[in-house]
Design a protein around this ligand. Structure first.
Ligand code: NAP
Ligand code: MG
Length: 504
């Protein structure tokens, strides 16, 4: 989130993007751009205006089956599996370069489709997406087994082989459409798998533009990357249940994550899950508020708060509570809310009418349970878009729905604490079924690292929030998921280990 006020300019769509939308985006299956077999389509809306901007094909079980079979052939018969690791790494790197070359077009598509400010998609979504390909490309040549020394009587030569799992089904959400595609595709391809990626029904445009660029500009063998769009209950479920898929990598809600596990049980395919969160941010009395105020503001409202690691529960010491909340309230009230394709916009609309209804329902529930709306809680007058202003709730308590459940919108709930005993504070932070991320604000390094140890979450930020990098493993404890994306761990997600033992 760009916290200084930029000048206002409506961005005109790049002619290449306009042409892509007008021609009708297509699936990528077996190296070709194709329509859905049944000819069904989904209307794609600009959340800033509620107007339809494109129609995309809707995958059904028969399209998923074609894509899985193409991925199966590409994996089982090559030439993909016969490429050297260096050749594979080069293709992955080149895909990053293609995205970087077309970054402005993708940034526009994300703003149009998801609603996020273009300043944000330019500064965050795009660099993270192509840098993920650059980082993962390097792993292709560094996958290695080990030599082992069994203690059995006799002499052995024993070693492990690390092999790609095979055909991977990947299902992604709508909050960071291209970035989520990158987090899935890059490590799977670097590890030597083939993939069928299903983009979210609300935001399929950047994935389908990537599909087109893969055909036009990349050199992957046919069937290695297949990209489809469709509804979760049909296309997603068919992918999760398909017997020829070896692994499902899923990002989305905890509720659907549990359905994926059930669907995968039929063939015991491997499953990794990146699910929901309810991140606490803990502000100690000695925190540097000049950093904590903008940090908490960014943590709460970046990407309209539709982030699984968003700051959703503020715990601030009572001695600085009022000053912190006043500061965040002041910053929140100055955030320029508007259409994603305006360069001055600092926060866009929510992704869909459904999401706006859901998030507004939580604000109402907070009010009903006695929370005070400090700022926000309402939309933009005179707009048909799905807007909700940055919202801060105080006078909250641990039993409230808004404190317990994931809201996934620009709504943050603040509570004051008195007792600075670290175990007690950590217990409060950990009083959730989720465990994705947390942040701690203090100038005392000892307190910071003690809290980092005590909080049960996959990511801990100290004096910062929303710092992402391909080198940092990302994922959840508890019901926030299974496995990690990014870092060396992401490659592990896509490998099997084989032990080879020879009697000498
Ligand atoms: P969602 O409803 O779980 O959807 C995620 C994806 O799963 C979409 O592609 C969806 O298709 C598909 N899907 C839905 N039902 C399915 C089924 N029965 N079988 C197979 N696939 C199915 O989540 P969302 O509302 O899009 O995204 C918000 C959630 O994602 C939040 O809970 C958030 O915390 C979580 N999230 C987690 C991370 C992370 O890294 N941990 C990152 C981002 C978001 P449709 O497009 O048709 O809905
Ligand atoms: Mg959309």
């Amino acid at each position: 989130m760009n916290l200084h006020v930029p000048s206002s300019t409506a961005v005109a769509l790049d002619p290449a993007i306009q042409k892509f939308l007008d021609a009708g985006p297509k699936f990528l299956i077996d190296g070709k751009l194709v329509q859905a077999q049944a000819g069904a389509t989904i209307d794609i809306r600009n959340p800033a205006t509620a107007q339809v901007v494109a129609k995309v094909p809707e995958a059904r079980a028969e399209d998923i089956d074609l894509a899985v079979k193409a991925a199966r052939r590409a994996f089982d018969q090559g030439p993909w599996s016969r490429l050297t690791p260096a050749e594979r790494g080069k293709l992955v790197y080149k895909l990053g370069e293609i995205i970087e070359r077309h970054a402005e077009e993708f940034a526009q598509l994300e703003a149009l489709d998801n609603g996020k400010p273009i300043s944000e998609s330019r500064a965050a979504d795009l660099p993270i997406a192509y840098n993920t390909f650059y980082y993962m490309a390097g792993w292709a040549t560094k996958i290695a087994g080990a030599t082992l020394s069994p203690s059995n009587a006799g002499e052995y030569h024993a070693y492990t082989l690390r092999e790609p799992i095979g055909v991977v089904g990947q299902i992604i959400p709508w909050n960071f459409p291209l970035m989520m595609a990158a987090w899935k595709l890059a490590p799977a391809l670097a590890a030597g798998c083939t993939v069928v990626l299903k983009a979210a029904e609300d935001t399929p445009l950047s994935a389908l533009r990537l599909a087109q660029l893969i055909v036009d500009e990349a050199d992957f063998p046919a069937g290695v990357i297949n990209i489809v769009t469709g509804y979760g209950e049909t296309a997603g479920a068919a992918l999760a249940a398909h017997p020829q898929v070896d692994k499902i990598a899923f990002t989305g809600s905890t509720e659907v994550g549990k359905l994926i596990v059930k669907a995968a049980a039929g063939s015991l395919k491997r499953v990794t899950l990146e699910l929901g969160g309810k991140a606490p941010t803990i502000v100690f009395p000695d925190a540097d508020l000049d950093r904590a105020i903008p940090g908490v503001t960014l943590g709460s409202f970046f990407a309209q708060g539709q982030v699984c690691v968003a700051t959703t529960r503020i715990y601030a010491h009572k001695s600085i509570f009022d000053k912190l909340i006043e500061g965040v309230r002041d910053a929140a009230s100055k955030i320029r809310v508007g259409p994603g394709l305006d360069t001055a916009t600092q926060m866009g609309p929510l992704v869909s009418a459904t999401q706006l209804k859901r998030v507004s329902g939580y604000v109402q529930s907070g009010r009903d349970e006695g929370a005070h709306v400090q700022v926000g809680g309402e939309g933009l007058t005179g707009s048909d878009g799905y807007f909700l202003k940055p919202t801060i709730l105080t006078n909250a308590n641990p039993a409230m729905k808004v404190v317990r459940e994931e809201i996934f919108g620009p709504v943050v709930v603040a509570q004051a604490f008195d007792d600075t005993a670290l175990d007690k504070l950590a217990a409060e932070a950990n009083d959730t079924e989720y465990g994705l991320a947390a942040s701690v604000w203090t100038q005392n390094a000892s307190i910071a690292h003690k809290m980092a140890k005590r909080i049960k979450a996959g990511t801990i930020w100290i004096n910062c929030h929303h710092v992402f990098d391909p080198v940092l493993p990302f994922g959840g404890y508890k019901q926030s998921g299974w496995g990690r994306e990014n870092g060396a761990e992401a490659i592990e997600n896509y490998l099997e280990t084989k032990a080879v033992t020879m009697a000498l």
